[in-house]
Design a protein around this ligand. Structure first.
Ligand SMILES: [Zn+2]
Length: 256
């Protein structure tokens, strides 16, 4: 059974830890992973250690280079398919979406510089995402996660990584009623098996995506974790490959 990893960080500018594509492929080893959704590393997008950081030309350059790298991988690799996502920051560079990005990464942790949700370009970016019907991997503080899903980006397909561990916690997202929304998905990266099992029994296998969070998670171990779940083959196939293929606009034929 082949798999696609729905969550890897991949870039050449931030070498700590190494997260270029060959580092990833080495970590995959003999595991049957044939493709991966890739985002630029955070430190190639904004300065996460400067809470007053907003943006600069230098960072815009860095960000563009990081995305160019992913696009080059997406078009230049044989035997492995990189599915590039655009990491949105405060320049809301949605104009780049049509260069081949299949989704968007939207990411910040508490204490990190904030998204300027009031910027008119933020609404334009969300409109651009909505009309392309592409998914957003959303890792934000709890209150911003709620606002994003219920208000700013209502109806947009959202993947909450780590089953919500870094969005306020699985249970809080559950209590808020977000998981049951038809447009909200979860990835399994670094989530405990007990949480994943609860998600699957409550919301079904069509809403869960296998992800590793490389370089912070190990693709082989994260795939084993999902393969060892008590699921039938159809459900397993959906979680490790089928669901992300559908969400990113591919077909099974693209991965044969
Ligand atoms: Zn991650």
């Amino acid at each position: 059974m082949r798999a696609i990893d729905s969550h890897i960080h991949c870039g050449i500018q931030d070498p700590y830890p190494p997260q270029h594509i060959n580092a990833y492929l080495n970590a995959v080893g003999k595991a049957p992973i044939v493709g991966a959704v890739a985002f630029p590393p955070v430190m190639e997008v904004y300065d996460r250690y400067d809470s007053s950081f907003y943006d600069s030309d230098e960072w815009r350059r860095k960000r563009n280079d990081a995305h160019d790298y992913l696009l080059a991988l997406a078009s230049g690799m044989k035997n492995f398919r990189v599915i590039p996502f655009l990491f949105m920051w405060n320049d809301f560079a949605f104009e780049r979406l049509d260069e081949g990005f299949r989704g968007v990464k939207w990411h910040r942790h508490p204490e990190e510089p904030m998204y300027d949700y009031k910027n008119p370009r933020c609404a334009l970016a969300i409109d651009a995402i909505r009309c392309r019907d592409i998914p957003v991997v959303l890792e934000e503080e709890f209150h911003n996660t709620i606002r994003f899903i219920r208000d700013y980006a209502r109806g947009v397909k959202v993947i909450i990584p780590h089953c919500g561990l870094l969005n306020g916690g699985y249970e809080r997202v559950k209590a808020e009623g977000l998981w049951e929304l038809p447009n909200v998905y979860a990835d399994s990266a670094l989530a405990p098996v007990s949480v994943i099992e609860d998600f699957l029994t409550t919301y079904g296998h069509e809403k869960l995506l296998f992800g590793s969070d490389f370089p912070f998670g190990d693709p082989q171990a994260e795939l084993d974790k999902v393969m060892n779940l008590p699921l039938d083959d159809n459900a397993k196939e959906a979680v490790i490959k089928g669901n992300i293929i559908k969400l990113t606009g591919f077909t099974e034929d693209n991965f044969r």
